[in-house]
Design a protein around this ligand. Structure first.
Ligand code: WQD
Length: 340
């Protein structure tokens, strides 16, 4: 059974990917420093997959610790690197924390397994595009100057990976540019666990609907979009997780060499107001929201061209916006009754 190291394996996308890796016959080995996740997710995963995955608590910024991990688990076939700090606003406030964490962890990981034949999947983001000039945005769209240190860490990490591959290495690399991951596993046993006040739209919607937040503020309705609110490409986290399995399988094919990059979205844009309407119709809940000012750093509209992912990964999304909303709501109700 091929062993896959999953850094950030107890996180939102990491935990959903662990479920899909096991379903595809891989053996995931989870790494997490628990700085932005709960150890209880390990028990939740056991409920879904019937056994507790192997887990090592580890700070990937600790070079010696990562080297000892590589000695402990030398026979790894692939690495999926989710672990990173990812709050856009926080990255503006404390950039050095983001540059240190996101670069030290990546470089320690790459160094510790250097020389081994490894299929490496990197968790990147559509943030690298900024506000694209062309929509839907393709992987060939020029990367724009990042609008936040967080976005910059994703751009530079992609360059580090490309330069490493170009220098000649046994690593094969796929960078996956996520659009907006939302929703939860159909079991409602795992999902997004924001710490503190959610920055992202969908957890704020569900926390408002369950009564944890008084109201949602829509950040702007004067954009040059059909209903004035900003447009994003929301993708169900389970569809996103499945794409990681496809990326590993692509690199296992001898014909794949070097480095490639893929957009992971639905290829469709939805506005904030459309997401709210989808939530209300999917759940029957009435959402208390007001219109507020635009949020600094937000782009007006972005959605992905996913032709390359469909053709080269043999992947496309199957779950629609209603399912994203109903699964997010089921998860919110679950954690409201079963705090993790
Ligand atoms: C979506 C839309 C907000 C909250 C960020 C990162 C991206 C990725 C996903 C890590 C925007 C609006 C939000 C609210 C609102 N993270 N909104 N009221 O900013 O597109 O992407 O998170 O990889 O890298 O940049 O996602 O969910 O924060 O916002 O109106 O209370 O919802 O203004 O238009 P975003 P988001």
């Amino acid at each position: 059974m091929k062993k896959i190291l999953v850094t950030g394996g107890l996180g939102f996308i990491g935990s959903h990917t662990v479920v899909e890796l096991i379903a595809a016959g891989y053996e995931p080995i989870l790494i997490d420093d628990l700085s932005n996740s709960s150890i209880k997710i390990l028990d939740q995963l056991e409920k879904i997959i019937g056994k507790k995955p192997v887990f090592h608590q580890l700070d990937l910024c600790d070079e010696a610790a990562v080297k000892s991990l590589a000695a402990l688990v030398p026979d790894v076939d692939g690495i999926i690197h989710f672990a990173a700090l990812k709050a856009v606003g926080e990255s503006v406030a404390v950039p050095l924390k983001y540059y240190r964490n996101n670069f030290y962890s990546l470089i320690n990981l790459l160094n510790s397994y250097y020389g081994k034949k490894i299929n490496f999947v990197f968790s990147s983001s559509c943030t690298v595009y900024g506000q694209p000039d062309n929509l839907p945005v393709t992987e060939n769209e020029p990367v724009k100057p990042a609008q936040s240190p967080y976005g910059n860490t994703k751009q530079v990490a992609e360059e580090i990976l490309k330069d490493m591959v170009a220098s000649g290495t046994n690593y094969k690399v796929c960078s996956l540019r996520y659009f907006n991951p939302v929703g939860a596993h159909e079991s409602a046993l795992i999902g997004e666990l924001p710490i503190g006040v959610p920055q992202n739209l969908v957890p704020f919607i569900t926390q408002t609907a369950i009564g944890k937040r008084e109201k949602l503020t829509v950040h702007g309705d004067t954009y040059n979009t059909p209903d004035g609110s900003a447009v994003r490409d929301y993708i169900h986290v389970v569809d996103l997780a499945k794409a990681h399995v496809k990326a590993l399988q692509l690199m296992e094919d001898e014909s794949f060499t070097g480095y490639d990059v893929f957009n992971l979205g639905t290829g469709k844009g939805s506005s904030v107001l459309e997401v709210i309407n989808a939530f209300e119709s999917a759940t029957g809940e009435k959402l208390n929201y007001v219109i507020g000012p635009k949020r600094d750093g937000d782009v007006e509209q972005v959605w992905g061209d996913v032709k390359k992912s469909s053709e080269k990964l043999g992947w496309k999304t199957e779950l629609d916006l209603d399912t994203m909303m109903s699964s997010a709501w089921a998860w919110e109700k679950y954690i409201n009754q079963n705090p993790l």
